[in-house]
Ligand binder design. Structure first.
Ligand SMILES: [Fe+2]
Length: 311
């Protein structure tokens, strides 16, 4: 492909760009991979409209950006494609079960859907590649927030404070339903024995930039402060990080593909389509990540479970 024609068109103020004049259904070549990686460092979320990749092509694309990671610790993969994780709503799969569970029992907390993927593990995925196969007639967008911009827009004293902190991430933090409901989904979430401690701020090696590395779905508490201080501090950080000016929202069309940095963004799916009764089918592949390193050299450590496996 002709690298000179590659174009990144930003679609929001801080993060997110549409990539033009590129086809992802064939090997990119070292120059194009480097250019896309540079774009990813800058924009954090890249959108590639109407690429229509197969499972094989999506897997091959991910492999050009690093080693594949297992697609999910406890949700099954696409048969014959161990790195491809199906996200299907509107059907009775575990993800469908999750959607139904959330629609009925979700906590009345505005922030509960925001997360980075799998931060309960010590080495969460680095990049996430998601492609849309079929979409609902309306709804089903995804929103991302820029955790570098969020960090950089904190005041100096607050940045100094969070630089020195670490936090426990585990399953079930943002998913605990009210009313003590017990159903198959909540039992599954409760049974996942994975927990890790990460620095609250991580330094991204490629750019040397600092990103807030906490999210409402996995981050249980900050370790160095009291429970009350932790609750208030996390609420402050979550509210700050999800301010609209740090976000980008994408309306999926069939065949679209997004590639994003799971270290420097959090994302959420507004739950606005479950009631439509329409099927939505997305496929995800992870590029394996490393332990996070904080500004003071703090390194992620396992509290419960093991390093996240390669695919
Ligand atoms: Fe996610």
């Amino acid at each position: 492909m002709d690298i000179a024609k590659l174009e990144f068109v930003p679609i929001a103020g801080h993060l997110g760009a549409e990539v033009r004049n590129i086809r992802l259904d064939r090997p990119l070549g070292a120059d194009a991979v480097a250019a896309v990686q540079q774009g990813l460092s800058r924009f954090k979320v890249l959108f590639f409209p109407e690429q229509w990749l197969s499972h094989e092509q999506q897997t091959a694309l991910a492999q050009q950006f690093g080693t594949l990671a297992k697609s999910h610790p406890w949700i099954s993969v696409v048969a014959g494609h161990p790195a491809v994780h199906p996200l299907v709503t509107g059907r009775s799969t575990i993800v469908g079960l999750q959607a139904a569970h959330r629609a009925r029992w979700r906590r009345p907390a505005a922030l509960s859907g925001w997360h980075a993927d799998l931060t309960a593990v010590v080495n969460p995925p680095k990049f996430n590649i998601l492609r849309a196969d079929s979409v609902t007639s309306r709804g089903g967008d995804t929103i991302w927030a820029d955790m570098v911009a969020a960090y950089e827009n904190l005041s100096d004293p607050l940045r100094r404070l969070v630089d020195g902190l670490t936090a426990l991430h585990r399953y079930g933090v943002g998913y605990v339903p009210y009313g003590g409901v017990q159903d198959e989904y909540s039992e599954r979430v409760r049974s996942v024995a994975l927990a890790s401690c990460h620095p609250v701020v991580r330094v991204v090696p490629e750019t040397d930039k600092r990103a807030l590395f906490v999210n409402p779905s996995f981050t249980s508490h900050i370790e160095e402060v009291s429970p009350a201080e932790s609750a208030h501090l996390l609420a402050l950080l979550f509210e700050h990080a999800t301010r609209t000016e740090f976000t980008v929202r994408y309306r999926w069309r069939p065949g679209d593909l997004a590639l994003w940095d799971n270290r420097t963004t959090i994302h959420a799916a507004p739950e606005d389509h479950e009631h439509l009764g329409e099927e939505r089918v997305m496929y995800r592949v992870f590029v394996a990540g490393d332990r996070a390193i904080g500004p003071l050299g703090q390194v992620s450590r396992t509290v419960c479970g093991e390093d996240y496996p390669r695919a």
